[in-house]
Design a protein around this ligand. Structure first.
Ligand SMILES: [Zn+2]
Length: 881
């Protein structure tokens, strides 16, 4: 057992840093057996801090070689050093501190700090990785100007990069060389980056709004030279968009992107030198799917947008993580919806929120958007901080309107440029620019849990009035038993008998022509009643249009009403939502029913209409045809019975596919690829629709479907079609074709790690092929590598997160499998290990037959001696009563 419990850090204990760093001078000597880091810090006491405090710097696994104060070497009596801290009791008010440390990047499997990936040196310092490089006040509110000199072997590491501008380079003895980088903008240590490797450079240019020429450079391994164009095009679009929409211009002369294979996160916004997980930046039509292209465009934009929302204005402490992440995710979702289909983008974001973030909000790790305590900050890079944080900013945008929101963001950047601030500062800028009072709104940052809105209605035929009554409740969450009502923008519409959106008159005097067809009602109390006037008949309510707030809505729509909304609601999001509610209702009603009970014919009719509808946005049609996922159905149920949900969903899918077979074939043929691959929204929609039809046909082992899939697989001109055909075959019972396709796919792409990851994920997530035995065999495959987070995610992560019928096997084998691998990973990469615990954390949500096994897997983890802080926190919180 662990001897000491990891410490909990509280927001209420925040104190300003006792020392500030004006300048950080670094010199890295990189070797094959380690690296020597020389750091010289120009420091002074913080005038705002209490006098006389000792100097204490953070470290992690460091070997100290020497310490000097103002040029004088200190003896070991003058300081106290451990691998995790350096303390000097007596220092003057202003001084220069020089420290030399020895680190071992080649043995760093945690991938925090400086490490080696595919023969290159690279860094990941957010949140607390810089302390693995040298002793430092490693907290975001200490901002310094950095100068970095890198020395390494010239033939192995011809490219030497760090933040800022390239100021000097030259040769040294013994075949070594050096480069010096200077970053003129003060920054916290988490934004430091270094890269050294044998990389090819792709160059581009961008002219800013004020006419400055920016050098854009992308560095990748030679084999990836042809996969950079999309990221560079996306970067230029993002740079232009940020100027136009937010008035933000880029500030350095160079902007660099580097792709690395081994990376814990998706990408990192280091000042001027963004480092990306290869899977989030490299793409070509042969190797990346449409979804990957879209994801890359959005991640490149996200990291670029951080240059202002994150880097120029940063977080005071890690409790404020959503200050930069919530706002930047909001900015990237706005950008993506401007680049593609706004409705589909909204559906994707809301689906993620409703399945995964609502689950987090309802589980043992529930925390506010601005958490008030943590043990390990890496565990708080969550959907709540990112996605719910984005929704919170979106609600401010809705409440203020676009002009006042822009005025608020201008004021925020102007007021806080070069500072480390809080979410409260962000909200205050929005208030000051708009004159609106957001004091109750701030509860969105402070209260955890998903608010639930229960809606009742009443139609008065004689008066022609329709009344909506909305009750709000916020559930208790760990540490927060009592909640206050929140300020919720609730967008509604009413649809009349003819399928038209009705004018919403909130008083009898209001002129029909002045009344809008959508209103944003502001909910602030436990309950509100709104009366709409001048109606001829009972309308169908369209509630929470555009998903205007991250809440659950309960209203007893009938199946006929849902079908009506599916074909008439002017709000595209709610059309989709109606399709999901209808399908969920049908699936849930079939659970535990005898086999001869048939699916409601109305669902069939609705889908038949959809398959034939060419007037609707085809991207929306493709989305509406997707049945709710097993994960979404689990989230909607009180106590989940995974196998029953899986079976009922399968039955509905089977029946639909059999009955709609001819419609599916017609839809497939109508949308077949013709001509060159293009990444335009209508082409993406066409492929999505066609591939959905194909998946359904293969689900019922249709012979014509099989021929179409094999033909598509063999003749595909792009990865979207190839991978979709492969997935369809893997999910069918055509075992011969499946194996042949898998072998051919691997043979063709085995040199490409990103494609091999897709190949792994297609199998590990398949309810057909992805049995536990098969997944265990994948772990023995020559291409699998426990040191590479992407491989772990594509096999273990895909199995536990997406292949729910196998993962939740009633004998508990899936849980034991996961626990076994988390235990092993805890030794090498605790961040990744902790993230894999997530599927077990909500054990209380499941029926006994599952929850007992999940709990016992968590107990196995709990009992490991010397569990990492990362895994400790998640496991202990999950088991807590
Ligand atoms: Zn970010």
């Amino acid at each position: 057992m662990r001897t000491s419990q990891p410490q909990t850090i509280y927001l209420k204990d925040y104190e300003v840093p006792p020392f500030l760093v004006d300048h950080t001078d670094l010199r890295f000597e990189l070797f094959e057996d380690g690296a020597r880091v020389h750091s010289t810090l120009s420091m002074r006491r913080n005038p705002e801090s209490a006098a006389g405090q000792p100097l204490e710097l953070d470290g992690d696994s460091l070997e100290l070689e020497s310490v000097a104060l103002d040029g004088q070497a200190l003896s070991d009596r003058d300081y106290e050093a451990t691998p995790a801290s350096l303390r000097i009791d007596s220092v003057p008010d202003q001084f220069s501190l020089s420290v030399v440390t020895w680190i071992r990047p080649q043995d760093n499997t945690r991938l925090e700090g400086l490490y080696k990936s595919s023969g290159m040196f690279c860094t990941q310092c957010e949140a607390e990785g810089f302390r693995c490089i040298t002793y430092y006040p490693d907290r975001p509110d200490v901002m310094a100007r950095f100068r970095t000199r890198i020395e390494a072997d010239q033939s192995r590491y011809p490219v030497l990069l760090s933040n800022g501008n390239d100021v000097e380079r030259g040769e040294l003895d013994d075949g070594r060389h050096y480069a010096v980088w200077e970053d003129p903008f003060p920054k916290p240590s988490y934004l430091f980056a270094l890269v050294a490797g044998d990389l090819v450079e792709k160059r581009d240019q961008f002219t800013t709004v004020s006419g400055r020429e920016i050098d854009l450079r992308m560095y990748v391994e030679p084999r990836n030279a042809e996969k950079c164009d999309h990221a560079l095009v996306s970067l230029k679009k993002a740079m232009r968009w940020d100027e136009e929409v937010y008035g933000r211009e880029y500030d350095l002369d160079i902007f660099m992107i580097v792709a690395v294979d081994d990376f814990n996160m998706g990408a990192m916004e280091n000042k001027g030198l963004n480092i990306f997980n290869s899977s989030c930046v490299l793409a070509s039509p042969d190797t990346a799917t449409d979804m990957a292209f879209q994801r890359i465009e959005s991640i490149v934009a996200h990291e670029y947008f951080h240059n202002w929302s994150g880097n120029r204005v940063t977080c005071r402490d890690w409790f404020q993580l959503s200050l930069k992440e919530g706002f930047t995710v909001f900015r990237d979702t706005q950008f993506s919806s401007d680049m593609g289909s706004p409705t589909v983008k909204r559906i994707e974001d809301a689906s993620l929120l409703r399945t995964a973030q609502f689950a987090e909000d309802g589980g043992p790790m529930a925390h506010p958007v601005r958490p008030d305590s943590y043990m390990e900050i890496s565990n708080f890079y969550t959907l709540t901080v990112y996605e719910k944080g984005c929704e919170v900013v979106r609600m401010i945008h809705t409440l203020l309107g676009p002009e006042q929101f822009r005025a608020g963001s201008d004021l925020y950047f102007e007021r806080h440029d070069g500072q480390a601030v809080t979410t409260d500062d962000f909200v205050r800028a929005m208030e000051d620019a708009s004159g609106r009072d957001l004091s109750q709104f701030r509860l969105w940052y402070e209260q955890a849990g998903t608010p639930r809105l229960t809606v009742e209605d009443e139609y008065d035929d004689a008066q022609g009035t329709y009344r909506l009554t909305i009750h709000q409740s916020v559930p208790a969450t760990p540490g927060q038993p009592e909640k206050q009502p929140q300020h919720i923008p609730f967008a509604v519409g009413l649809i009349g008998e003819q399928g038209k959106a009705l004018p919403l008159r909130l008083s009898a005097d209001e002129d029909e022509n002045d009344a809008p067809t959508q209103r944003v009602l502001e909910l602030t109390g436990d309950s509100h009643t709104f009366t709409f006037h001048g109606l001829q008949a009972r309308p169908v309510p369209s509630l929470l249009q555009g998903f205007s707030a991250p809440v659950r809505v309960d209203y007893p729509w009938t199946r006929d009403q849902l079908m009506f909304l599916m074909s008439h609601d002017p709000d595209g999001f709610n059309r989709w939502d109606a399709s999901q509610r209808l399908a969920s209702d049908v699936i849930e009603s079939l659970m535990h029913q005898p086999k001869d009970v048939r699916t409601d014919r109305r669902l069939l009719t609705a889908y038949r209409h959809l398959l034939a509808d060419r007037s609707l946005d085809q991207a929306l049609v493709a989305r509406m045809l997707q049945l709710p996922t097993v994960a979404a159905l689990i989230e909607q149920s009180e106590t989940a019975d995974v196998q029953a949900i899986h079976e009922a969903r399968r039955r509905v899918l089977t029946e639909l596919a059999v009955e709609l077979r001819d419609d599916l074939v017609a839809c497939y043929r109508r949308n077949q690829e013709s001509g060159e691959y293009r990444l335009e929204p209508e082409d993406i929609a066409r492929r999505a629709l066609k591939n959905t039809a194909l998946a359904w046909l293969l689900h019922v082992n249709d012979e014509e479907g099989r021929m179409l899939a094999v033909k598509q697989f063999e003749g595909a001109t792009n990865m979207t079609d190839r991978a979709s055909a492969l997935r369809a075959l893997v999910n069918s019972d055509f075992e011969g074709d499946r194996q042949q396709a898998l072998d051919r796919f691997y043979g063709q792409f085995k040199e490409d790690p990103q494609v091999v990851e897709q190949w792994f994920a297609i199998q590990a997530s398949s309810p057909n092929a992805g049995s536990l035995a098969h997944v265990e065999a994948l772990l023995e495959h020559e291409a699998f590598d426990w040191k590479n987070p992407n491989k772990i995610r594509s096999v273990v992560g895909a199995f536990a997160g997406q292949n729910l019928s196998h993962f939740h096997a009633k004998d508990g084998s899936g849980y034991r499998f996961l626990a076994k691998h988390i235990l092993a990973l805890d030794e090498t990469n605790p961040q990744i290990a902790a993230r894999l615990v997530s599927p077990l954390t909500r054990w209380r949500k499941f029926k006994n037959v599952y929850s007992e096994g999940m709990k016992s897997a968590l107990e196995t983890l709990r009992d490991k001696p010397d569990l990492s802080k990362d895994v400790y926190e998640v496991v202990h919180k999950s088991l807590k009563d």
